[in-house]
Design a protein around this ligand. Structure first.
Ligand code: F6P
Length: 359
């Protein structure tokens, strides 16, 4: 009989409850006990650690499709890796987490997190020396190396696409353009996928340079006098400051193009989990439980060419590009981006969507 813990860290996304549910189901079938750690690392900083014994009746299947995390993701500003580094208290923080994991008497800990959480887990791996650490990748940004998909991405694409679908109708009625600002940090995957799904005329992502005069010319030459201009929150425009959607909107207005801006914000992290995210969450949960059985540790579940397997955290960290937090330079994450040979870029270009200076 094993004791396993599950913790959800970083920003929430849809699919977290599905993965929690499936871990509980699969572990229970193996005769294991599952402890849900509350509030991300906050739950490991209190004495005794905030953990609840999970069983399927606590998170029934009909609730597993709901967005957010049933275990919560933590309080902003609480003692966490970021604040501990800022306050020079990282060593004490790490000790606290290690002690809490020992107190819970866990054999394994399943950490469901994004690239920040996983990069930090590897950088501070002494915390997890008494357990098997198995990570499951989740994020709407889809900016994690070594996996073709992350839990939450498909639902976020669906949410953003539906949002644009609604805007398109009012855009048509008033012959105007909507500049929609997608989340995604410095990765353009969410904007690119939802932009194509929604039939945007322009998609601007941080990975591809663009010329704002070309954007204006493209809209002016368009067959339509309404539509969606999708901009990723990570783009920048030389000589301009402020929100990217506002920057583009100002350019359009100056050129006489009637437009409005729209900010779907955290709606992209909400929404009932899509079937594809539920399947991915189920496959990752199964793979994580197998990894525990196989005595693996410091690994992440990954999807590659429709095969789910584990990769080591050291490979994960080495597999991306390092990005330093501008506010906390000691904090580095391993990031993935839209690859220059991503087939969707060519599809977008061939469909007459302006995506910037590409090939
Ligand atoms: O990483 C997920 C994400 O939603 C990003 O796309 C976005 O930039 C950020 O988190 C928003 O964070 P917060 O919820 O703290 O505002």
């Amino acid at each position: 009989m094993k004791n396993i813990g599950i913790i959800t860290t970083g920003g929430d996304c849809s699919g977290l409850n599905t993965v929690i549910h499936r871990i509980v189901r699969g572990a229970t079938l193996r005769g294991w006990r599952v402890w849900g750690i509350m509030d991300g690392t906050d739950g490991l900083c209190v004495n005794p650690p905030a953990a609840v014994r999970l069983c399927e009746t606590m998170l029934p299947i009909e609730n597993a499709r709901l967005a957010g995390s049933f275990l919560h993701n933590g309080h902003a500003g609480a003692l966490n890796f970021e604040t501990a580094i800022e306050q020079g208290k990282l060593a004490q923080f790490n000790k606290k987490l290690r002690a809490a994991i020992k107190t819970l008497n866990l054999d394994a800990l399943i950490l469901v997190g994004g690239n920040g959480s996983l990069s930090l887990a590897w950088a501070n791996r002494e915390i997890y020396q008494d357990v098997q650490l198995i990570c499951i990748p989740k994020t709407i940004d889809m900016d994690m190396p070594l996996t073709d998909r992350t839990i939450g991405f498909d639902t976020a694409v669906q949410q953003l696409t539906c949002y644009c679908d609604q805007l398109m109708l009012t855009a048509r009625s008033h012959h105007r353009w909507f500049v929609v600002q997608a989340m995604g940090r410095d990765c353009g995957n969410l904007a690119l996928h939802a932009g194509i799904a929604a039939g945007a005329e322009v998609i601007l992502i941080p990975e591809i340079k663009f010329d704002d005069d070309d954007v204006v010319a493209h809209i002016k030459n368009s067959q339509n006098d309404y539509g969606i201009i999708m901009v990723s929150e990570g783009i920048s425009l030389r000589g301009h400051s402020g929100r990217p959607a506002d920057m583009i909107a100002r350019k359009l207005t100056a050129a006489g193009i009637v437009n409005r801006t729209a900010f779907p914000e955290h709606i992209q992290r909400a929404g009932d989990t899509t079937a594809s995210d539920r399947i991915l969450a189920t496959r990752f949960a199964d793979c994580a439980l197998d990894a525990i059985e196989n005595n693996e540790t410091y690994v992440m579940t990954a999807l590659e060419c429709n095969d789910v397997h584990t990769v080591t955290l050291s490979d994960f960290v080495a597999g991306g590009e390092f990005l330093r937090d501008p506010k906390i330079p000691e904090l580095m994450t391993s990031n993935a981006y839209v690859a220059p040979d991503d087939p969707l870029l060519e599809v977008a270009r061939d469909m007459g969507i302006y995506i910037g200076i590409y090939k």
